[in-house]
Design a protein around this ligand. Structure first.
Ligand SMILES: C[S@@+](CC[C@H](N)C(=O)[O-])C[C@H]1O[C@@H](n2cnc3c(N)ncnc32)[C@H](O)[C@@H]1O
Length: 1015
């Protein structure tokens, strides 16, 4: 590939397909790396794969071949009609767009087409594996895909937990991809284990029995009379198994040891295994001294046909409460709102926004008091109910005395157990209450172990203890070091998964009747009523299930590593120097300001990993040497990059500047690490324009030319999904190359002219490719920035010594894009011209209305539109009265989130806004302006006319039209038409607009010359 050859990503990208397959991937469970270990904000594999391929491969240079390549990559878009069953039993037809073919969709990643891409990539680099670096590799999505594509991958992250995940994602699967090892003796002697193994290999019926019999595992329920089985021709399935099966085998071994120690703490009564114990934290009422359970809800199960709730009455001496279980809580008749209200009452707990209501005397204990109680160690806990597995599903009952007793008894064994474990009980401190996303320290949880009940600590400690003994047991069975390390590592991952399900922060999922896990959101909020899982059970979240999730990912990653070269995972800072000039591509997804407190949150796992892994290898011990993961090291001026002012004594400016400065240093390090013709691709997950611009400026200053930007949807919204796909885009992938050393300063007038010339044709291409909404603005940003960033600095012609900043430049770009879109809207999509002369507020209104209609949408894309029009969201809300805030993040669907308990949520802005209806804009000054001021926005004038028309005052309407010169105002006519088309059929808005439009036309013919449109 010639050095100056454009890459596919710099010319075209299968945007829609990548977005669809990325969104779909969020539903994937088994085998996906998101189910290996929690890591916040993992990027989708589909997006990572598409970006890597399009960055590493040259653009073919002609439209036909390019199209072919894009189709091989992303497949074709097809519309499918599916029948969906509604809650009321009716079925509804729903259409959805999907991809057909391509290699991005989950399940299509090991096809002949992928082999083709792997070969093309190698060929493009003269037959060698291109070197790819991800300096912020986190949970490993980008490096995993680079490895799958045959690249020589280096994955770097500062966090030890991330580094460990990277080893498990890349290194072990690659090292053991082609190796098999005989299953250990204990597995071969277990009918239960071997039956699972043979079944997974496709054996069933008599064939299965023959295999089991061959191992002497006839079992009681199997015909022992061998003659019956003779004559059956059966495949011989080897007991030499891959890494995933050895993880299962040793996990099974650990479980048997742990069961022997722990079973007595999880007793079974009536032959119904215990799934979970439900608890409420407690405080003493400051008025009547009763023991008050802190319950957010009394519901235990809330499904259409199963409604179970806890009942609660003051006890005889009103010193506390007595619980009971109510099955079949009746459904109230009435509207949904009435039913919801009745249900709230039927299952109402003691907690509300104002505080806790004492069930014995009615006193309200405020949240501040609760905090004080917590900090003073006076918050206790009471077991409220037990969930068991009955013959027809989950059953709920009150706890027995024995169960209450056993839960307390566990405490006695903790110190002796943890004396055997390196570093003892996890007494490391939790972050301070000022840290980002941490609510628990407010209530006195100041050490990591305090997030667990004594029995949970006992269980976790026991699993750690036996996992640590696996190494010796494996060596005795003749495994080599790499096998011992890899299997032990995955078992440690299994414990981390279990930890996520057995902390006293987990709740009971009322609709799913299963455990929820801690990291449903990337924060540590306190939960007042929590569920304690039985890790030995067969229910969701148990140890065995955790191990199965892990083993499936191992299987999938072994597949990804089949044709891989050795990957490298390093725990180090991205700020540090990397191998100079080595990398053909750096593709990375950096931490973004204050979005996610990675290291503080992931210390939840760090403290357990450190104990489980200690002594496994000198490398692991060195990485986990410190009690907690690295934060910011003020002396070395290096560390985790995050805008968290608690690390700078509460100084917000210092913290922000430190983050921005650190990122600038990383971009400089990337510049040095990149080969001359290399490409840097950076993912931006948040899109607040000002923050984005700061980082883009730093990229340009580091010596890069930005020449592409693709907004890939990776997030599945819930209600917003139907409104505008554009509102969901969650990451912009920015493509950069090195600026020529000979580049000279540019001049603003020339640069803006050049940008205008180049951008119009790009805009037409993007529009024709179906890109709409805020995505359109983002897609245009990269190509526009190319013109600007080709110069190390762009000077202002009319202001000597001043430079045109990225923000100023982008303001021009965005305005052009906005005008282009509005031109399309005003000319009913058919015109080729952009609009000029339309005021900012009306431009914003049209952009917003065209893309989102009148529904409530996240504020992020609205801010982008606002800045594109030279406005701010605040001005649109307060000064122009055009937008209304509609509240925070959608919460109604919360219970449906995480349906399988394995999903992760991405970061995002929380506020929602919508356009105000014309008749909600009632200000007396609407549509009028003071004598020396510019005219009111055209949209305000239209809305004023609508008010006047509705009053039936034609004289005032005519007067208004004349005074404001609207009769001959071409843009006014176009705006009216556009609004008519956007208004709902048969709505009052539409009928008023049509009446006004007819009236204006009757009053006089329009001028023949078109105003306002520019070519
Ligand atoms: C957005 S995440 C990367 C997620 C990743 N792309 C994935 O798919 O899982 C950003 C990562 O940057 C890491 N990080 C923060 N500061 C760092 C630094 N100075 N050097 C290296 N990594 C750092 C965090 O630990 C985090 O894993």
């Amino acid at each position: 590939m010639a050095d100056d050859q454009r890459r596919l990503i710099e010319v075209a990208f299968p945007l829609k397909q990548t977005s669809l397959d990325s969104v779909h991937e969020k539903n994937v469970r088994h085998g996906h790396i998101s189910t290996l270990h929690i890591w916040p904000a993992r990027r989708p594999l589909a997006a990572s794969r598409a970006a890597l391929i399009a960055t590493l491969l040259p653009d073919p240079g002609n439209a036909a071949e390019r199209q072919q390549m894009l189709e091989k990559l992303g497949g074709r878009l097809v519309t499918r009609v599916k029948k969906k069953k509604l809650p009321d039993g009716r079925t509804e037809e729903q259409t959805s767009e999907e991809t057909e073919g391509g290699i991005l969709h989950w399940g299509r990643e090991s096809s002949a087409d992928l082999d083709w891409f792997r070969e093309q990539i190698r060929a493009a680099y003269g037959g060698r594996a291109p070197r790819v670096l991800d300096p912020f590799a986190g949970g490993g999505a980008i490096p995993l895909e680079a490895m799958r594509l045959g690249c020589d991958v280096t994955a770097v992250d500062i966090n030890p937990v991330a580094w460990f995940i990277l080893k498990c994602t890349l290194e072990y699967p690659q090292r053991l991809a082609h190796q098999l090892h005989p299953l250990p003796d204990f597995a071969l002697h277990s009918r239960e284990f071997m039956e699972g193994y043979f079944k997974a290999k496709g054996l069933k019926g008599a064939e299965l029995q023959v295999q089991l019999a061959g191992l002497g595992l006839n079992g009681e329920d199997t015909a022992t009379s061998q003659p019956q089985l003779t004559g059956i021709r059966t495949r011989v399935v080897s007991a030499e198994a891959d890494l995933a099966w050895h993880v299962r085998a040793w996990g099974w071994w650990v479980l048997q040891q742990a069961k022997a120690d722990l079973a007595r703490y999880y007793p079974t009564s009536d032959d119904k295994p215990t799934v979970a114990y439900l608890w409420a934290r407690t405080v003493t009422c400051k008025n009547c001294r009763a023991l008050v359970p802190l319950l957010k809800t009394r519901w235990l199960c809330k499904k259409d046909h199963k409604r179970v709730a806890l009942t609660m009455e003051p006890n005889a001496d009103r010193s506390g409460v007595v619980f009971g279980i109510q099955y079949d809580v009746p459904v109230t008749k009435g509207t949904t709102a009435q039913r919801n209200e009745a249900d709230k009452h039927a299952g109402g707990g003691t907690m509300s926004h104002s505080g806790v209501t004492c069930p014995c005397c009615g006193t309200i204990i405020k949240m501040e008091d609760l905090r004080l109680e917590g900090v003073s160690g006076r918050i206790g806990a009471i077991m409220t109910a037990v969930v068991v597995d009955g013959p027809h599903g989950k059953e709920y009952r009150l706890p027995t005395e024995d169960e209450i007793q056993l839960a307390a008894e566990a405490e006695k064994e903790i110190s002796s157990l943890f004396a055997e474990i390196p570093f003892g009980l996890p007494e490391e401190p939790l972050p301070a209450k000022e840290a980002l996303g941490f609510r628990v320290p407010l209530y006195g949880f100041d050490k990591w172990y305090k997030l667990f009940t004594p029995r949970q600590l006992l269980a976790l400690g026991t699993f750690v203890k036996y996992t640590r003994t696996v190494r010796e047991a494996m060596r005795t069975e003749g495994y080599t070091d790499v096998w011992v390390e890899a299997v032990s590592a995955y078992l440690a991952v299994g414990i981390d998964k279990l930890t996520d399900y057995i902390a006293a922060l987990c709740t009971w999922h009322l609709a799913g009747e299963k455990m929820s896990h801690v990291f449903v959101r990337f924060a540590l909020p306190v939960n007042w009523d929590y569920a304690e899982l039985n890790p030995l059970s067969d229910s969701s979240g148990n140890y065995r299930a955790c191990l199965e999730w892990v083993s499936r990912v191992v299987e999938a990653n072994i597949q990804a590593a089949q044709k891989a070269v050795e990957p490298h995972a390093f725990r180090q800072s991205a700020i540090l120097e990397q191998n100079s000039g080595q990398y053909d591509a750096i593709v990375t997804d950096p931490p973004y300001y204050d979005a996610i407190p990675y290291s503080d949150l992931m210390d939840f796992f760090y403290v357990w990993l450190r104990r489980t892994l200690h002594g496994l290898t000198p490398e692991i011990d060195a990485v986990f040497a410190q009690p907690l993961s690295p934060k910011w090291d003020h002396e070395r001026n290096d560390g985790e990059l995050i805008d968290d002012s608690s690390r700078f004594d509460g100084d917000k400016h210092k913290s922000k500047a430190n983050y921005e400065n650190g990122m600038a240093r990383v971009f400089q390090a990337c510049h040095r690490a990149l080969a001359p013709a290399g490409r840097l691709v950076i993912v931006f997950a948040h899109k607040q324009p000002d923050a984005w611009e700061t980082l883009v400026s730093a990229i340009i200053r580091a010596g890069f030319v930005v020449d592409g930007s693709w907004p890939i949807q990776t997030e599945m919204g819930n209600r917003t999904r139907a409104l505008s796909s554009a509102a969901l885009s969650s990451s912009v992938w920015l493509v950069c190359k090195k600026r020529a050393e000979t580049a000279r300063p540019g001049w603003d007038t020339r640069i803006l002219e050049e940008m205008q010339e180049q951008i119009i044709s790009k805009l037409r291409d993007f529009w024709d490719a179906g890109i709409r909404g805020p995505d359109f603005v983002w897609a245009a940003t990269g190509p526009a920035l190319e013109v600007y960033s080709q110069h190390p600095v762009v000077k202002k012609t009319n202001e000597p010594g001043q430079a045109l900043s990225v923000s100023e430049f982008l303001r021009h770009v965005r305005r052009m894009v906005a005008d282009f879109v509005v031109g399309r809207v005003l000319s009913h999509d058919g015109g080729v011209a952009a609009v000029s002369g339309l005021d900012d507020v009306t431009t914003y209104y049209l952009l917003h209305r065209y893309n989102f209609g009148m529904a409530s949408v996240p504020i992020g894309p609205c801010i982008l539109y606002a800045v594109s029009c030279g406005l701010s969201d605040n001005a649109l809300i307060a000064r122009y009265d055009l937008l209304a805030k509609t509240g925070g993040q959608e919460t109604e669907d919360d219970e449906d989130e995480d349906a399988d308990g394995e999903s992760e949520r991405e970061e995002g802005t929380s506020s929602m806004v919508r356009l105000k209806q014309w008749n909600q804009r009632k200000s007396a000054s609407l549509g009028y302006h003071a004598p020396d001021m510019p005219p009111a926005p055209l949209i305000d004038q239209v809305h004023r006319l609508m008010h006047l028309w509705r009053l039936g005052d034609v004289t005032r309407v005519d007067e208004y039209l004349d005074v404001h010169g609207l009769g001959h105002h071409q843009l006014f006519h176009q705006l009216l038409q556009a609004l008519i088309e956007m208004a709902a059929e048969a709505s009052e808005e539409r009928s008023l607009l049509e009446s006004i439009s007819n009236h204006v036309e009757q009053r006089g013919a329009l001028p023949v010359y078109p105003l306002g449109l520019i070519e």
